[in-house]
Ligand binder design. Sequence first.
Ligand code: 3PG
Length: 394
Amino acid sequence: KKTVEDVELKGRKVLLRADLNVPMSDGEITNDNRIVQALPTIKYVLEQGGRIILFSHLGKVKSEEDKKDKTLQPVAERLAELLDKDVPFVPHTRGDALEQAVDKLEDGELLMFENTRFEDIDGKKESGNDAELGKYWASLGDIFVNDAFGTAHRSHASNVGIGSNIETVSGYLMKKEIDFIGGAIDSPDRPFVAILGGAKVSDKIGVIKNVLDKADKVIIGGGMAYTFLKAQGKEIGNSLLEADKVELAKSLLDEAGDKIVLPSDVVVAEEFDADAKHKTVSVDEIPSDMEGLDIGEDTVTNFKEVLQGARTVVWNGPMGVFEMENFAKGTIGVCRAIAELTDAKTIIGGGDSAAAAMDLGYADDFSHISTGGGASLEYLEGKELPGLSVIDDK
Ligand code: 3PG
């Protein structure tokens, strides 16, 4: 794919789509990682003398009312701090004010415009990839840099729409995500170990199937492990069970043999509550009136052994209810075990596990932490991502 380094930028109006959909609470940004990860491309284009028109979506916008707390203004302010540079914010998604601001840009300057999903109120123009809207946005610039990996699983006007109209290249973040996640899936250094967690098998079926095809070992923890334990004929008490997925789990276990690694002990609790009475038991002894909320210590040790010597590790999904201290040890243990691997490419596929690694202070110990949630899941499933396909080939 063509990248930002393959094209002339000086004096050109550069439409730069980033995924600046950051978590907010009461108008305050609670995690600015996506803004930080967008900086290398922004800085490079400015250094090259490009004139940046920066934009993103933020949350979902379904009504006029939604607009109030979905403005990108706080993101522009945070970006200005991080860049130590003025980031003029245009509170519109089209029209004279925006066009005039674009015309006034000098080489090495940028502006940001309002949440692209404000265009959804009147007919889902952004998320419905309205052809007229994509064409209009494309008309504002000379070239399109799509750096919004987190949005790459969407076919929206602000990525696919624009890209269908003008020359489109990737930014550094998009390239990094492709190199790490795509690289792990398509041509991993072996042994390749995948660690999958999270509550539901149904959310991860696509990923489980795809990585079973590609990886040497697939470790399964989290809530979804119980459906697999049930498929092995174990009694799982009140643990999370997707009854309609037991047959599928059985056939995956039959096909994969010892490629799938499951927990050997788990932390069980009397109820789903942070202060619930709990204890660690073997998976063969889960009491009928208790539920598993984390993997146990022996399991962490066992998973660690499986990880030894791995050259590629992909982790997606927590090992237990890590928001509750009593049930966080498994996720912390696995996170630490991966972080300590020195000879492996270690990749976190976004979402909860990425947040956990960052909260625990291990962010710098991984080769790559994806900025995608849905996008990295679909990428791990082996699906074609529309936001990626729209980037021109070299
Ligand atoms: C994300 O946070 O996963 C992306 O920004 C996409 O957001 P969406 O799920 O609202 O399309």
